[in-house]
Design a protein around this ligand. Structure first.
Ligand code: ADE
Length: 225
C-alpha cells in the first residue's frame, strides 16, 4: 500500500509514523508513506496556499492551484483508488471504512485547514470525504494520522498475531471482552476463575457473553445493525 499525504505541516506526522507498528510496517515495506508539503506546489513566490473568501466572511480558504497541482502530479505518476479530503463535514470514520481502505493499493489524503478548501476541488477531485468525529480539529493532520493508523494495522503482516485485528472491538459489531494478566490476585481483586481454568470452550463462551454484555451496556446501537 502507498499513502500520499498532502499537508502544510509535514512535521506533524513525525511522531505518529515513527514508532511501534506503523514504523515496523514501513521498515517491512508493507506500506510506503509519502508526505507532500503543499507550499512546495504553490505558484506564488511567497508559497501562499490560502486566500480571502469571495463574498466575505471570517477566515481564509485553501486555494485551488497548489492542491490541484499536487494531486495532478501524483495522478500522472500512478493510479489512485481513493483521493480523500479530511474534513469535519465528511462521512464519519468507522471500522468498516478502515477495513475497506485497507484493501486499496494507493490513496491520497488531503489535510484541510482554515475555513476549508475551494468548493470546486470538492466537486472535481475527491472520491470521498472523511471526518474522524463530531468535533473540529485545528487541521486535518491528526485525522489523517488516525485514518492511516487504523488502516495500516489491518495490512497483512503488520500485527504479529494475524488473528488479533479480527478480534478487535467493532470487527463484529461487538466491543472486546475484559482482559487480565498476572498476578491472578492483587489487593484481593481476583481474576475471573474461568480464565484460569484452562477450559477453552468455557473461556470462549465467557468472553462472548462479556463482549455482548459490555456492548449492550455501552454501545447498544452497535447491536441494532
Ligand atoms: N479537520 C478538522 N476537524 C476534523 C475532523 N473532525 N475530522 C477530519 N478532519 C478534520
Amino acid at each position: 500500500m502507498r499513502i500520499d499525504i498532502i499537508t502544510i505541516f509535514p512535521e506533524m506526522f513525525d511522531g505518529p509514523f515513527s514508532h511501534s507498528m506503523i514504523k515496523r510496517a514501513q521498515s517491512k515495506s508493507l506500506v510506503e508513506i509519502h508526505l507532500h508539503n503543499l507550499r512546495d506546489y504553490s505558484d506564488n513566490k511567497h508559497r501562499k496556499v490560502d486566500d480571502y473568501p469571495f463574498g466575505g466572511g471570517a477566515g481564509m480558504v485553501m486555494m485551488i492551484q497548489p492542491i490541484a497541482s499536487c494531486i495532478d502530479k501524483l495522478k500522472a505518476e500512478r493510479n489512485y483508488d481513493e483521493i480523500i479530503f479530511m474534513t469535519p463535514d465528511g462521512a464519519l470514520f468507522d471500522q468498516p471504512m478502515a477495513n475497506k481502505l485497507s484493501m486499496v493499493e494507493n490513496m491520497i489524503l488531503l489535510c484541510g485547514h482554515y475555513k476549508g478548501i475551494d468548493e470546486r476541488l470538492r466537486e472535481h477531485y475527491f472520491t470521498s470525504e472523511i471526518s474522524i468525529g463530531n468535533y473540529v480539529l485545528t487541521g486535518g493532520e491528526l485525522a489523517a494520522a488516525v485514518v492511516s493508523d487504523a488502516v495500516i494495522r489491518l495490512l497483512p503482516g503488520v500485527l504479529s498475531d494475524e488473528t488479533s485485528a479480527l478480534s478487535d472491538s467493532f470487527q463484529d459489531n461487538l466491543l472486546s471482552p475484559p482482559v487480565y494478566t498476572r498476578p491472578s490476585e492483587f489487593n484481593g481483586w481476583e481474576v475471573p476463575e474461568v480464565l484460569l481454568s484452562g477450559n477453552e470452550k468455557e473461556i470462549k463462551k465467557w468472553q462472548f457473553d462479556k463482549a455482548l454484555e459490555r456492548t449492550k451496556m455501552r454501545r447498544p446501537e452497535l447491536l441494532n445493525g
